[in-house]
Design a protein around this ligand. Structure first.
Ligand code: DON
Length: 309
């Protein structure tokens, strides 16, 4: 992709980088512990097809929780909102992304929203396909279309590393299965989910996907309406209310754009009708969001008046 290095963006990236040592890379998925703490890169893909970047924007990283908003879009296309929201709610939790507590205390078995792990596992169980390979293949094809990049793949090492260790996610699956939220085998859901989280791309691809949401589901390059407008709207609303987990309220006040983070350090954000932004900064704050990524968005939002509120 033709994306030009930009001095102004580089200035903000350099500023934001100063906070990387206040965070830590995720280590509960062993393969993620190998990421380097002081990385920070960003790409901005404007809806007119121009693109600017700063830092090593070709570096690939896994989507982790950013994939949740993309699997949600696919499943909403597959089944429609009424059916999807029968199985997963629409409210923020105020709890960490992997918390199990409200699964028992509120509406037993039904996760509060699709951006927390429990909710995303339900969404993954609803991806259409005969086999696990069909399901992950369909999601990957959808994501390739969103990024307009056929070379996006699943990182086998990260998928395997999470599959071997993800016991709390399994526990939530069993709890939900007990309550009839899904019928699928837990190991099958875990297989698709860990591969979904391990879909790998760089900040340029991520910025481009953000720009599709900025245009309400229409691809700025191909002109194709990939996500129906109503479904893009639902996804963006979840990004605002739950996209940064239990930091979403503060993020909405300080930055004020739809955004979704992942524990590998990625953030996908967007400014409606203007641009999509892809950030990679693996050092995380205590809530699991990229610490320098958030700082960068704070600087950009203040300087370019990005808040939608
Ligand atoms: O299920 C998990 O724990 C990871 N695959 C994804 C979590 C994640 O990215 C949360 N992000 N901040």
């Amino acid at each position: 992709m033709n994306c030009r290095h930009n001095k102004e963006l580089e200035y903000f990236v350099t500023e934001a980088k100063k906070v990387t040592d206040k965070g830590k890379v995720a280590s509960y998925i062993p393969a993620l512990a190998e990421l380097s703490e002081d990385d920070l890169s960003a790409a901005v893909y404007f809806t007119d097809g121009t693109c600017i970047s700063a830092g090593d924007v070709e570096k690939a990283f896994t989507l982790q929780s950013i994939s949740k908003v993309l699997s949600l879009a696919l499943v909403l296309i597959d089944h429609g909102p009424e059916k999807v929201f029968h199985y997963v709610g629409q409210e923020p939790t105020g709890d960490p992304f992997n918390s199990i507590i409200k699964l028992e205390t509120v509406n037993p078995g039904k996760p509060l929203n699709p951006m927390i792990n429990a909710g995303a596992l339900v969404v993954t169980s609803m991806i259409k396909g005969e086999t696990n390979a069909d399901k992950i293949g369909r999601l990957l094809d959808f994501i390739k279309k969103l990024a307009n990049n056929r070379s996006i793949t699943v990182c086998g090492k990260v998928a395997e590393s999470e599959f071997e260790t993800s016991m709390v996610n399994r526990a939530m699956c069993y709890y939900m299965k007990e309550h009839g939220i899904f019928q699928a085998e837990v190991e099958d859901v875990m297989d698709v989910y860990t591969k979904q989280c391990a879909i790998e791309m760089n900040s340029l691809d991520l910025a481009k996907i953000g720009s599709v949401f900025a245009l309400n589901g229409k691809h700025p390059e191909t002109g194709e309406q990939i996500i129906p407008k109503d479904i893009a709207r639902i996804c963006k609303t979840f990004m605002v209310t739950c996209g940064m987990y239990n930091a979403s309220g503060e993020f909405a006040i300080k930055i004020g754009i739809p955004a979704k983070s992942g524990v590998s350090g990625g953030i996908m954000g967007l400014s409606p009708y203007r641009f999509g932004i892809g950030i990679f900064g693996p050092s995380l704050d205590e809530k699991g969001n990229s610490i320098a990524g958030i700082r960068l968005l704070e600087l950009l939002s203040a300087n370019y008046s990005l808040s939608i509120f």
